[in-house]
Design a protein around this ligand. Structure first.
Ligand SMILES: [Zn+2]
Length: 339
């Protein structure tokens, strides 16, 4: 088959679902021109610096569906808070995670909120933006197009991007005239509350919020183009990886059984590896800590040497009240489409 078609076909296999997804490049043998058109768009992380992979130099200080003890103890976080690893996050560039249309730009969150509608009933939401937005409602945006920059706040909360992926713009229980929980946002408010009570009967995922990193990492790998039919794209080692070395495993899991021998890979910033397969956790996971994050790549480490490495590493730099980790950092980032 035409190798360039491969990545687009992979993307079709990654249509958002609730189950974890593992996609093997070599297993794919069919693609049709019609399928290519549908699954062509790129996906990338929502923040970055020019000339570097999307997400490089940043971390998720409070992940999806974790208890963010700083802001609202006792509430689940509906999105991811992206911070610079070094220095102030204010002024950092915020990018559309995929092609779409701007359907909301406004609010005082604090700062502005932009919401982009993508295909497949997916909405991305970018909060705490500087008022000087780069886009207007109704505007078409491309993957990786700049939407604005992170707000320099005046309150005691450190500057950051609040980012969400969800299946709704507004939904009655969250945003309607009698929202179940209207924190800060009020009635008929597209940005939504940002948090959901722990004691509520619904999980965030039951209401339509998704784990952003799971969705983006899966789709980014799936849409990457490749010259070789056995690879589905490339990743690069982050400029500041979490670990100096990682274990190369025979399966995407942290348990000892997945380790074959004691193979270690030394991480050198910017080093690029072909990806043979990607495994991401469920897009709508039921877990409520950073431990629910799963992003693994099967890398061609060297000729004749392939194995699985962990890309998104749950951490306990921040925790909920029960001590479980709330933060996530990255060892590997998708190489495609630098800002
Ligand atoms: Zn947040």
């Amino acid at each position: 088959m035409h190798s360039r078609l491969l990545g687009w076909f992979v993307a079709l296999a990654l249509i958002t679902g609730s189950a974890a997804a593992t996609v093997q490049g070599a297993a794919l043998t069919q693609a049709t021109p019609a399928a290519n058109q549908e699954a062509r768009s790129q996906w990338n992380y929502p923040i970055g610096r020019r000339g570097r992979p999307f997400g490089d130099g940043f971390w998720v200080r409070h992940g999806f569906a974790v208890e963010n003890t700083w802001f609202n103890p006792g509430y689940w976080h509906t999105g991811e808070d992206w911070y610079a690893l070094k220095g102030d996050t204010a002024g950092a560039n915020v990018y559309a995670v995929s092609d779409g249309t701007v359907v909301y730009a406004g609010a005082n969150y604090p700062g502005r909120v932009v919401i982009v509608e993508h295909a497949e009933a997916l909405f991305s939401m970018y909060g705490h933006l500087d008022p000087r937005l780069a886009v207007k409602v109704g505007q078409r945006v491309a993957a990786g197009e700049q939407l604005g920059t992170v707000l320099k706040r005046g309150d005691k909360i450190p500057n950051h991007l609040h980012f969400e992926l969800r299946t709704f713009l507004t939904t009655r229980i969250v945003n309607g005239s009698r929202p179940r929980y209207g924190f800060r946002c009020g009635r008929n408010c597209p940005p939504g509350p940002g948090y959901w009570p722990i004691r509520a009967p619904e999980l965030l995922t039951a209401l339509g919020w998704l784990n952003p990193t799971h969705v983006i990492a899966g789709k980014a790998a799936g849409t990457a183009q490749s010259r070789r039919a056995t690879t589905i794209g490339h990743v690069v080692v982050a400029t500041e990886p979490v670990n100096a070395t990682v274990t190369v495993r025979q399966a995407p899991a942290t348990n000892a059984a997945a380790v074959r021998g004691k193979r270690r890979l030394q991480l050198q910033a910017g080093q690029k590896f072909p990806v043979l397969a990607v495994h991401v956790g469920a897009t709508a996971p039921s877990g409520t800590s950073a431990e629910a994050y799963e992003v693994w790549y099967k890398l061609q480490v060297a000729p004749g040497n392939a194995g699985w490495v962990q890309a998104a590493v749950p951490g306990t730099q921040e925790t909920g009240r029960d001590g479980r980790g709330s933060s996530v950092r990255f060892n590997f980032l998708p190489a495609a489409g630098q800002p």
